[in-house]
Design a protein around this ligand. Structure first.
Ligand SMILES: Nc1nc2c(ncn2[C@@H]2O[C@H](COP(=O)(O)OP(=O)(O)OP(=O)(O)O)[C@@H](O)[C@H]2O)c(=O)[nH]1
Ligand SMILES: [Mg+2]
Length: 435
C-alpha cells in the first residue's frame, strides 16, 4: 500500500475535480477536515479541496485541528451536541438551514462537486443529513453532490444502530435521485487497523481512518488525470464525473502486483485473484457487483512493463473478468496508463463500480439491531416488577415519542395538524423525502 501512495506522491499529479466537503457532526467533520487537509506540490494549488465543518457540539468542533487555512467551522444549535437524538440534530440544522445554505454557497463557489460527510449513528450528522441534501439541491448543487457515510461498528449499541439504519432506509428510498454514495465501513477499517497495530489507541485509529478515507478519495480523483494513457480507452475527467454522479453506491478497489509476477494475462486472472481483489475493496465490501451500471478499471505500469504486458491477450483477459463481474454495466472502460517513475516497477490496478445497491454489511447491521432488541425484550420480560400491582406506576409499552409536549402529557389532547409541518420548498426534494 505504501508503494501505491508513493507513486502518486512522486508524480506531478493533476486533479480531475475540485471536491468540497460538508462535514456534519463529529465524525463527519473529522473526515471532511482530513479530506480538505490533503496537500499537493502543485504550484498555486497546495490545498486543492475545501471543507465546511458543522456541528452542534462546540467542544468537538474546536477540537478538530486543520492545516488547510480555508476550512471553515460553524456551530449550530445549543453548542452542547444532540446526544445521539436524530430528531434534535435535524431540528437544530433546520433552524439554521438558511445560514448554512449561505455558508455553503460561499465556501464551495469554486467547487465542482460537494460531498456531504456524516458518521452514521449519532444525532447531529445522521439527523441533519437529509436536510443537508435539501441545502445542496436548493443552493446550486443539484446533481453536483454525493454522500460519504460511515457505517457503525457492530459493538456501538442499539441507539447508534437504530439511528444509522433509520436514515439509511430513507436515503435508500431516494437513492435514484441522488449522486453517488460512498460507504465507509468502520468495522472493516477497524479490523484492518487493529490487526496491524494491536497496541494503538482509539484516537490513533480514528485519525488513521480519517486520513485513509481522505487519501483514498484523493487517489481516486487523480489517478485518471495524472498519467499518460495508452491504448484505445482513455478514461477521462468527464467520464470520472459521470461515474461519481451515478445514483447508487460507489465501490472502489485498488491493488498492486509485482511486475515480475505478471508474465502473462493468465497470471492476472489466475484463480480469480483479480475478482477477489475487486470484491474486497478499500472502504467497504459485500456488494453485488452485477448491479453496477457503470464501472472503470485503470491499470498503471512503467514503460518496459507496459510494452510487455499491455497486449491483446492481457486486455481480453481483464475485460472478460470484468464482464463476468458486471455484465449489465453500460460503460466499462479498461484503460492503461504508463508512469515515468524509474524507481518503481509495480503494476497498479484501480477499479470503480457505480450504481450499486447497499452492501451485505447493512443487512448484518439490521440483524444485529434485531438481536439487541430481542435481548432487551427478554431482559424486561424476565425482570420481576416490584410495582406490578400498581398499574399506574409502570411505564406504558407504547413507543416512546420524543416529540411529546407538556400539553400532550397533561393538557388537552391535541392532535397534530398539517400546519405543524414545515411547508415543502422544493418540489423535487418533497417528492424524494415527502416533506
Ligand atoms: N471513521 C470515523 N468514524 C467516526 C469518527 N467519529 C465518529 N465516527 C462514527 O460516527 C458515528 C456517529 O458519531 P458522531 O459523528 O460523533 O455523532 P454526531 O453526528 O456528532 O452526533 P451527536 O454527538 O449525537 O450529536 C459513530 O457512531 C462512529 O461510528 C471518526 O473520526 N472517524
Ligand atoms: Mg457529536
Amino acid at each position: 500500500m505504501e508503494n501505491q501512495r508513493s507513486i502518486l506522491k512522486n508524480t506531478d499529479i493533476s486533479l480531475s475535480l475540485r471536491f468540497g466537503f460538508l462535514g456534519l457532526g463529529m465524525g463527519g467533520s473529522s473526515i471532511a477536515a482530513a479530506c480538505a487537509d490533503i496537500s499537493t506540490n502543485v504550484q498555486n494549488n497546495r490545498f486543492p479541496y475545501s471543507a465546511l465543518l458543522v456541528n452542534t457540539n462546540r467542544i468537538d468542533l474546536d477540537k478538530i485541528d486543520t492545516i488547510n487555512p480555508n476550512t471553515q467551522k460553524m456551530i449550530i444549535g445549543s453548542g452542547k451536541g444532540a446526544g445521539r437524538n436524530i430528531k434534535l440534530g435535524e431540528q437544530m440544522y433546520q433552524e439554521d438551514a438558511e445560514i448554512i445554505g449561505e455558508a455553503v454557497q460561499k465556501q464551495f463557489s469554486n467547487t465542482d462537486f460537494v460531498w456531504i460527510v456524516v458518521g452514521l449513528g449519532g444525532g447531529t450528522g445522521t439527523g441533519s443529513v437529509i436536510e443537508a441534501i435539501r441545502t445542496m439541491m436548493e443552493n446550486g448543487f443539484k446533481k453536483r453532490f454525493g454522500l460519504i457515510m460511515t457505517l457503525p461498528r457492530s459493538s456501538e449499541g442499539q441507539t447508534v444502530l437504530n439511528n444509522a439504519l433509520q436514515r439509511l432506509q430513507k436515503i435508500n428510498g431516494a437513492m435514484t435521485a441522488l449522486g453517488s454514495i460512498i460507504l465507509v465501513d468502520n468495522q472493516k477499517l477497524y479490523s484492518h487497523f487493529s490487526k496491524n497495530q494491536p497496541t494503538a489507541t482509539v484516537s490513533e485509529y480514528l485519525s488513521y481512518s480519517n486520513n485513509f478515507i481522505a487519501e483514498t478519495l484523493h487517489e481516486l480523483n487523480i489517478v485518471t488525470s495524472s498519467f499518460n494513457p495508452v491504448g484505445e480507452n482513455h478514461f477521462d475527467v468527464s467520464e470520472f464525473e459521470n461515474l461519481i454522479k451515478t445514483p447508487g453506491v460507489l465501490h472502489f478497489a485498488r491493488f498492486t502486483s509485482k511486475a515480475s509476477e505478471l508474465d502473462s494475462a493468465q497470471s492476472i486472472s489466475h484463480a480469480g485473484r483479480l475478482k477477489d481483489q475487486i470484491n474486497e475493496g478499500v472502504l467497504s465490501e459485500g456488494y453485488d457487483l452485477s448491479d453496477a451500471t457503470r464501472l472503470a478499471v485503470s491499470i498503471l505500469a512503467n514503460k518496459p512493463t507496459a510494452n510487455r504486458l499491455f497486449n491483446f491477450e492481457f486486455v481480453n483477459a481483464i475485460e472478460s473478468e470484468v464482464n463476468e463481474l458486471a455484465p449489465f454495466a453500460n460503460e466499462k472502460p479498461v484503460a492503461h496508463y504508463v508512469y515515468q517513475n524509474k524507481d518503481i516497477s509495480e503494476v497498479y490496478f484501480y477499479a470503480v463500480f457505480a450504481g450499486l445497491k447497499l452492501p451485505k454489511r447493512v443487512g448484518e447491521l439490521v440483524q444485529e439491531g434485531k438481536r439487541l432488541a430481542r435481548m432487551v425484550e427478554e431482559k424486561q420480560s424476565n425482570e420481576v416488577d416490584p410495582f406490578a400491582d400498581m398499574e399506574s406506576l409502570s411505564p406504558s409499552n407504547e413507543q416512546q415519542d420524543d416529540d411529546v409536549s407538556f400539553d400532550d402529557l397533561f393538557g388537552d389532547k391535541k392532535t397534530k395538524t398539517a400546519d405543524d409541518k414545515k411547508p415543502a420548498k422544493d418540489d423535487d426534494f418533497a417528492r424524494m423525502f415527502g416533506n
